[in-house]
Design a protein around this ligand. Structure first.
Ligand code: PEP
Ligand code: MN
Length: 343
């Protein structure tokens, strides 16, 4: 059930609706919008009786939601969500650039990349301190020591830190040191972890699972929002298909598909989608052209020495070239008002 308030409903009207929802034993999710507030109801087992709401002041409509998702949907919030991450935003008119190494390796490696991407105009820095590696013998990340290096990057360059958490302890640590909690592809359906990040008040970058459907992806976001954390940014990072020329297959169609259904921003990760240095730039351009709200790009000062994902890392010079190109595409789209593919 979705309660749509009248444009002239007062704060007291909204609060009365919230009270009634809580009194019925359900959870209320208030989403103020540009023209009206909508209130999502979760926690109900069957249909909610709309007559509880029809006589309340300020209520325009009580709508049954037939889709499996409620809070991610444009029915609840017709306008795009702009998510505040640290001192910057994702989902607004500016293209969000999240750049940095796959993994935090050394202070020097991290600071070299941070200085270059900050100078080039990136507002967000990535770097994994907890690495989900296929092999248990591969480099697993520097843990809390890595997060401390990332926190220094924020202090020195003003970059907002996006970094992965793989479990609840990791979430607590990323909350302490970072600005945005990344949930990786392998954890997209780790429902207890999704509920846990849903209880934090840090924005979440949710990566699409490597074989997740659109509905599964959106429902994973719904898990986080149902706990009360509405600051979710979706990320397409390629899905597993049959061919081997790329590490994964970047699904550009997910961007307009998401924008048709959801108010949440979606960014693209052409690094993990391709796995190859030479493919990252063209796929980044495609991602921006299709209407993505931002990009997450792996950058390393010396890719051949990287402890993780060196084959896809951009050099500092390649990153700068990529950024100039995608910025030009984004500016054309913005000028022509084509940036938002609403379907
Ligand atoms: C990453 O961004 O470091 C990462 C591990 O990505 P994914 O979860 O998409 O594989
Ligand atoms: Mn990586």
């Amino acid at each position: 059930m979705l309660i749509v308030m009248k444009p002239d409903a007062t704060q007291a009207d909204v609060e009365r609706v919230l009270e009634v929802i809580e009194h019925l034993g359900f959870k209320a999710h208030s989403m103020p919008g540009a023209n009206r507030t909508a209130i999502g109801i979760t926690g109900n087992k069957g249909a909610v009786d709309p007559t509880h709401f029809e006589n309340l002041n300020g209520v325009a409509d009580a709508i049954r939601v037939t889709k499996p998702y409620k809070l991610i949907s444009k029915e609840l919030r017709p306008e795009k969500s702009i998510i505040k991450v640290g001192n910057a935003e994702i989902g607004g008119s500016e293209l969000a650039m999240i750049a940095g190494p796959c993994a935090v390796e050394t202070v020097e490696q991290v600071f070299t990349v941070a200085e270059a991407v900050a100078k080039s105009g990136a507002k967000f820095f990535r770097g994994g301190a907890f690495k989900p590696r296929t092999s248990p013998y591969a480099f697993q990340g520097k843990g809390e020591d890595g997060l401390k290096i990332l926190a220094e990057v924020r202090d020195q360059y003003g970059l907002n830190i996006v970094t992965e958490a793989m479990d609840e302890r990791g979430v607590d640590l990323v909350e302490k040191y970072g600005d945005c909690i990344q949930i990786g592809a392998r954890n997209m359906q780790n429902f207890s972890l999704l509920k846990y990040v849903g209880k934090t008040r840090k924005p979440v970058l949710l990566k699409r699972g490597m074989s997740a459907t659109l509905d599964e992806f959106l429902l994973a976001a719904e898990y986080i929002m149902a706990e009360g954390n509405y600051d979710v940014i979706l990320c397409e990072r390629g899905i597993r298909t049959f061919d081997t020329h790329a590490r994964n297959t970047m699904d550009v169609s997910i961007v307009p598909a998401v924008k048709r259904i959801s108010h949440l921003p979606i960014i693209i990760d052409p690094s993990h989608a391709s796995g190859h240095n030479y493919m990252v730039n063209p796929l980044a351009r495609a991602g921006v052209a299709v209407g993505a709200d931002g990009l997450i790009i792996e950058v390393h000062p010396c890719p051949e020495e990287a402890l993780c994902d060196g084959a896809q890392a951009q050099t500092l010079a390649q990153y700068e070239e990529l950024y100039q190109q995608v910025k030009a595409i984004h500016e054309i789209l913005a000028k022509e008002e084509m940036a938002i593919a609403t379907g």
